[in-house]
Design a protein around this ligand. Structure first.
Ligand code: GTP
Ligand code: MG
Length: 151
């Protein structure tokens, strides 16, 4: 089992999509182990998106992610990082299949509703969890349906 970092971005919050997005992960069988509604400041934005520093869209990305509250979460489950990315769709909502979160709720690359740790970047999930949450904010518990979700 694995933990991954997921965040409803400011556009998703403003558009009232927190509940819808949380529902999709819950129904899939993933388990929420942390969640907080928060405002990202400039420093955290730079750290979180450090890999994109210097790219032409970087300043716009930082402005956007700090433009309003986000809902940050940690989800746990089998292969969680990759499964969340699959449910999100492609980076560009225009290229994302219907049925994915970005494919159902977005049209524009710079307003793609959700962030999830990159499964191709080894350790990104743990790094991002550490960046956004203190250890004591992660809750260890069992979901009642766990024995029915896993063989
Ligand atoms: P995140 O979950 O937000 O990290 O998205 P991602 O992992 O699917 O994409 P990536 O990390 O490559 O890019 C981070 C964010 O920058 C994306 O979610 C986009 O909103 C934005 N972005 C990426 N590439 C471009 C681009 O070429 N132009 C613009 N305007 N924005 C971009
Ligand atoms: Mg990324």
């Amino acid at each position: 089992t694995e933990r991954t970092f997921v965040m409803v971005k400011p556009d998703g919050v403003q558009r009232g999509l927190i509940g819808e997005i949380v529902s999709r992960f819950e129904e899939r069988g993933l388990k929420m182990v942390a969640g907080k509604f928060m405002q990202i400041d400039e420093d955290l934005a730079h750290e979180h998106y450090g890999e994109h520093e210097g790219k032409p869209f970087f300043e716009g990305l930082v402005d956007f992610i700090t433009s309003g509250p986000v809902f940050a979460m940690v989800w746990e489950g089998q292969d969680a990082t990759r499964q969340v990315r699959k449910m999100m769709g492609q980076t560009d909502p225009a290229e994302s299949a219907p049925g994915t979160i970005r494919g159902d709720f977005g049209l524009d690359l710079g307003r793609n509703v959700i962030h999830g740790s990159d499964h191709e970047d080894e350790g990104a999930n743990e790094r991002e969890i550490d960046l956004f949450f203190d250890e004591e904010e992660l809750v260890d518990y069992e979901r009642i349906d766990e024995t029915w979700l896993y063989e």
